[in-house]
Design a binder for this molecule. Structure first.
Ligand SMILES: [Zn+2]
Ligand SMILES: [Zn+2]
Length: 266
């Protein structure tokens, strides 16, 4: 079994708890330690239950709390070489540093009871990765694509036959265009190295839809240029056209954890 709990998601911080048959890992730590503890407590969990931290990329909303949390709770911290280097852990071994490890190149990385596969995704970070986390015992798979400028051809292939899908649905195209951001920031967000729009997320999600897909979580919604109702409606419509009609689609918020989504049939 696999269970995904978004502890919070948006431009002010991201963290996703993944539970498998034999343990739990955290994807991204864009919150401080106190905020992480509070969010875990809200879903009746504690940091000691987590066995490793996996990073998608080095941006502060994904990694600002990573080093402190890893060092404090003894979590090995995994990332791509580019991510680890950008965070300043590239050279040498410092005893006060967290236990830093690299995702294996070209093959899955074994982490606790999970196998983790990564795929490079276009984003204005050093080497941003989408992750597929497989629970070894059950074979259940969760795909996580957070901060993706545009969907490369490799991503739908890597995300085939997922049980759970987590993908950013950052902005409504019209709200961003009409909104208050300066032109240069709008161009960065909607550019090929920025973030997925609701339309792009909906197209990607429907491309990943299949009978075995149990649930879809939309993340990284802009608080300025999006509304949960718009993001959900766009993806729901695309999924309906793809023939996927389960009632298991939700959008994450910045403030509060979402109820867990599980790979088990309900
Ligand atoms: Zn980013
Ligand atoms: Zn981000």
């Amino acid at each position: 079994m696999l269970r995904v709990t978004v502890l919070g998601s948006g431009s002010r911080g991201n963290a996703i708890l993944i539970d498998g048959t034999d343990g739990a890992v955290l994807v991204d730590a864009g919150f401080g330690r106190r905020s992480l503890v509070r969010r875990l407590k809200a879903v009746q969990r504690q940091p000691e239950e987590i066995s490793a931290l996996l990073l998608t990329h080095e941006h502060t909303d994904h990694a600002s709390g990573a080093a402190a949390a890893s060092a404090h709770w003894g979590w090995p911290m995994y990332g791509s070489a580019g991510t680890i280097d950008a965070l300043g852990f590239g050279g040498g071994t410092d005893v006060s540093s967290p236990d830093v490890r690299l995702f294996a190149a070209g093959r899955p990385t074994s982490i606790g009871g999970f196998l983790v596969e990564t795929t490079p995704v276009p984003h204005d970070a050093r080497d941003c990765r989408a992750l597929v986390v497989t629970d070894v015992r059950s074979g259940a798979r969760a795909g996580i694509a957070m901060d993706v400028g545009h969907v490369p051809d490799t991503l739908p292939v890597a995300f085939e036959r997922l049980d759970l899908l987590v993908v950013e649905s950052n902005h409504d195209e019209a709200m961003l265009a009409r909104g208050p951001y300066p032109w240069s920031l709008k161009e960065r967000i909607r550019g090929g190295l920025g973030h997925l729009s609701n339309g792009a997320a909906a197209a990607f999600v429907s491309a990943c839809a299949h009978r075995g897909l149990r649930g879809v979580l939309l993340t990284h919604l802009s608080e300025t240029n999006n509304l949960p109702s718009l993001a959900i409606e766009r993806t729901r419509e695309a999924l309906r056209r793809a023939g996927w009609t389960r009632d298991a689609l939700s959008a994450a918020s910045q403030q509060l954890p979402l109820p867990p989504m599980t790979s088990e049939a309900r």
